[in-house]
Design a protein around this ligand. Structure first.
Ligand SMILES: Nc1ncnc2c1ncn2[C@@H]1O[C@H](COP(=O)(O)OP(=O)(O)OP(=O)(O)O)[C@@H](O)[C@H]1O
Length: 365
């Protein structure tokens, strides 16, 4: 199949409510999805991501703001008149039709001539690796294959934009990983602007060029997966994208190069000063893999924040061991890379946790 024209999708101050304005589900959503981008909407259940996706498809109507596709405001244009393809969680294949007829359906409906239908359906099935299954029915295919049929059926009509609503959630873990790679390479081949809804941060991070993290109908942060992981804007994003340690507290002293952070349940900690630091309530966040663990009496290194604790819980995960370490009244998570022959720290061992100071983020609360 040929590369498709790359189109931008833009939401400008979009607001959507149900129940005559009582339930506000989308609040002032402003974002621009660049032409050809693979964009993920990531958020917990009820955050509004499906509502936003369905709004782009035309199934939901917003009351405020504008929706621009290729620079044109398509607010009010019905779904069938938008050239937008959507793959649903359930795939929604026709059970009584062959794979070929399922894929051809949208073209036949649009009264495309027979020769073109043949050529396009053949190319779409080829693209998803299902040419040899054209005569089967959906129930004769595996979940992953059905998913590919759903994709082929959507892209065959050459939509301007591809919308994917949790398309991998019905598949087992291994197949999900395989399919997300396939999805990503298919998207690259076609160059189609793609919006992918998921509540799975790993899925969003591994596929998306950029993503929007949503919570309570608000875009909490927008950026590349690495930017969101490394520089979360607030505690919600820090927790939702990856695993983190969040310590709440208050900065009550700002000295030359350091600040005093009164961490709840831990006590006073001296931290390096940073442009984001202000006196008052704050949280600090650091990732478990940026913490190194040492035995209680080892030498301190000034580039680290040192916390004394005792191992409370150990989880061996193969590549690394995840330790939950009691520090004061808090539990700190520390991931230590595992190599064969290593002896893990025992439960209740006294340890010192060294947090790389460059990896600590200060977050407003
Ligand atoms: N027709 C409706 N009437 C009233 N409230 C609705 C309606 N549809 C959705 N909602 C509410 O809007 C909010 C957002 O729903 P939405 O389906 O967009 O969330 P989501 O982030 O996609 O969650 P999930 O991952 O569970 O699908 C929810 O609180 C939901 O209860």
């Amino acid at each position: 199949m040929k590369q498709l024209k790359k189109i931008a999708v833009e939401c400008k101050n979009i607001g959507l409510s149900y129940d005559g304005g009582k339930t506000e589900v989308l609040k002032d959503i402003t974002l621009r999805i660049e032409p050809g981008e693979f964009f993920a909407l990531l958020g917990p259940s009820g955050s509004g991501k499906s509502t936003l996706l369905r709004l782009i498809a035309g199934f939901n109507q917003h009351q405020r703001g504008q929706l621009l596709v290729d620079g044109k405001d398509i607010t009010g244009v019905p779904p069938y008149a938008r050239n937008i393809g959507m793959v649903f969680q359930s795939y929604a294949l026709w059970p009584h039709m062959t794979i070929w007829d399922n894929v051809a359906f949208g073209l036949v409906e649009r009264r495309v001539d027979k020769a073109t239908v043949k050529q396009k359906v053949g190319a779409a099935l080829e693209l998803v690796g299902l040419a040899q299954y054209a005569n089967r029915r959906p129930n004769q295919l595996s979940g992953g294959q059905q998913q590919r049929v759903a994709l082929a059926r959507t892209i065959v009509i050459e939509p301007q934009v591809l919308l994917l609503d949790e398309p991998l959630s019905n598949l087992d873990k291994k197949l999900r990983v395989q399919m997300r790679e396939e999805l990503r390479s298919l998207q690259r081949t076609l160059g189609i602007t793609t919006v992918f809804v998921t509540h799975d941060q790993e899925e969003a991070m591994t596929t998306a060029d950029r993503m929007a993290v949503m919570d309570k109908g608000i875009v909490q942060q927008l950026g590349t997966p690495a930017a969101l992981f490394d520089y979360p804007a607030n505690p919600f994003v820090a927790n939702f994208v990856g695993t983190t340690n969040l310590l709440a507290g208050e900065i009550d002293q700002i000295n030359g190069d350091t600040v005093r952070f009164r961490a709840q349940g831990i006590g006073d900690i001296t931290l390096p000063k940073h442009p984001d630091v202000r006196a008052g309530k704050m949280a600090i966040s650091f990732r478990p893999h940026t913490v190194k663990m040492q035995v209680g009496d080892s030498v301190r290194d000034g580039a680290y924040l040192w916390l004394n604790g005792a191992v409370e819980h150990t989880e061996f995960l193969g590549e690394f061991t995840r330790y939950r370490v009691r520090v004061g009244d808090s539990l700190v998570t520390a991931d230590q890379a595992h190599f064969s022959g290593m002896t893990p720290f025992a439960e209740s061992a006294a340890v010192r946790l060294g947090v790389d100071a460059t990896q600590i983020r200060y977050l407003a609360v």
